[in-house]
Design a protein. Sequence first.
Length: 116
Amino acid sequence: MEKYEAGKQIRLSEIVSAVATGELDADNYCLYTKEDMPSAAEDPLCFLDAFPDVSLDTHEEIYPVFVAENNLHLFYHGDLLVDVIENAKAQKERPTVQDFLAGLDYYLKNDTFRDL
């Protein structure tokens, strides 16, 4: 089983570290969680999967099968996660995983980037 395949449970901190080091390109994924709107700072367990589609008829989001079958909640779009990580790296020479998690949490609550 591949480390970052869809449907595999993984800590947010592991995903963040992999994105920050270039090991994972998260632009094409979304992060889903079992709980609705967990705190990023608490390092929740996440699942990577595809972006939801949008129905042309009803304009409702259609989630990937694994996400729907497991009643998961959309937590973060991968492209936004990358943007938050890149923002932290631009502000601080060696940001820590905690800096990234705090930045993700800040963005969720304020819809803007955190100043380091």
